[in-house]
Ligand binder design. Structure first.
Ligand code: AMP
Ligand code: MG
Length: 280
């Protein structure tokens, strides 16, 4: 069983009380071994998911700069068949996107049935960075928590499974990672003065994250807090939640494919009887 903190609907989140480190008994080698074992099963479950095409899966990844969003997305993809999945990175909105409601660009990227889509950042930026930098009127932002819950409910009522992960890192770990990028010439492309500038708003970001996690963790689209100072624990925990959900779907997906097989066989037999002359 995954040991992630899954936020209950209405639960008030205090990020200072949630560790960014793995529990004492966690072990890097054990995690690596488990991930390897799950790879085969996950790949198979992903195929079933695509073939049955009964549900879509939306994996939403959020976190501070350098929290490991890109790394987590890469890891999830590494677990299975790229053909059934897609990742979308939401950047600063374009002029066209800004001319629409904030969910317009998001809804277009929602998974179809059979598809797994990872959101690297998401509509949550519209209550995070937008709130910290006052990019929209406060009264508009205030409405968005309910709108987001309504939007996510609508998606889930229409066949989309939503799992949301907040990658929780400490301020010290973020500093280490930003400095490491400076030391490594091959990581320089990742450097942005903006990351250091945003870091000055650390406390405000923690506040808006707490608010978003508290107000938008619902029965239909729960938030999980992922202790992310250690990448191996982060990956282990996310993949475990995903595989647990996919496993629950397995019997339904297998039954669906079996029924479909029976139907196709009957259709084929009927067609043959009508169109193929019996051999003399
Ligand atoms: P990165 O994920 O490092 O490529 O950076 C993407 C940038 O886009 C981040 O600084 C986000 O805060 C910003 N961003 C994403 N969505 C929005 C949004 N809705 N409004 C303003 N900025 C956004
Ligand atoms: Mg970044």
């Amino acid at each position: 069983m995954s040991r992630l903190v899954k936020i209950k609907p209405g639960q008030k989140v205090d990020l200072k009380k949630v560790s960014t480190l793995p529990p004492d008994d966690a072990d890097k080698d054990v995690s690596a071994k488990l991930l390897k074992e799950w790879q085969v099963e996950f790949d198979e479950l992903e195929d079933l998911f695509a073939f049955a095409a009964v549900k879509g899966l939306l994996i939403n990844v959020q976190g501070m700069d350098a929290a490991g969003k890109d790394g987590a997305c890469r890891r999830i993809f590494g677990m299975g068949n790229i053909l059934t999945g897609r990742a979308v990175c939401f950047k600063v909105p374009t002029a066209t996107e800004l001319a629409h409601d904030y969910l317009w660009r998001i809804h277009k990227e929602a998974p179809a049935r059979g598809e797994i889509v990872i959101f690297n950042r998401s509509h949550y930026e519209d209550v995070l960075v937008v709130k910290v930098h006052e990019l929209a009127p406060a009264k508009d932002i205030e409405l968005r928590y309910r709108q987001i819950n309504d939007f996510e409910r609508m998606l889930t009522e229409n066949g989309v499974i939503i799992l949301k992960f907040f990658l929780h890192i400490s301020k010290e770990e973020q500093e280490k990672r930003l400095l490491r990028r400076e030391e490594n010439p091959r990581a320089s492309w990742k450097l942005a003065a903006a990351d250091w500038r945003e870091r000055e708003h650390w406390d405000e970001y923690q506040d808006v994250y707490e608010e978003a996690l508290s107000r938008c963790s619902t029965e239909w689209a729960p938030w999980h807090i992922v202790p992310s100072d250690k990448k191996w624990w982060r990956d282990h925990q996310i993949v475990e939640v995903l595989i647990e959900h996919m496993r629950e779907l397995r019997p339904g997906m297998e039954q669906f494919l079996e029924d479909l097989g029976v139907k196709r066989r009957a259709e084929l037999a009927e067609w043959k009887a009508a169109n193929l002359k019996p051999r003399a």
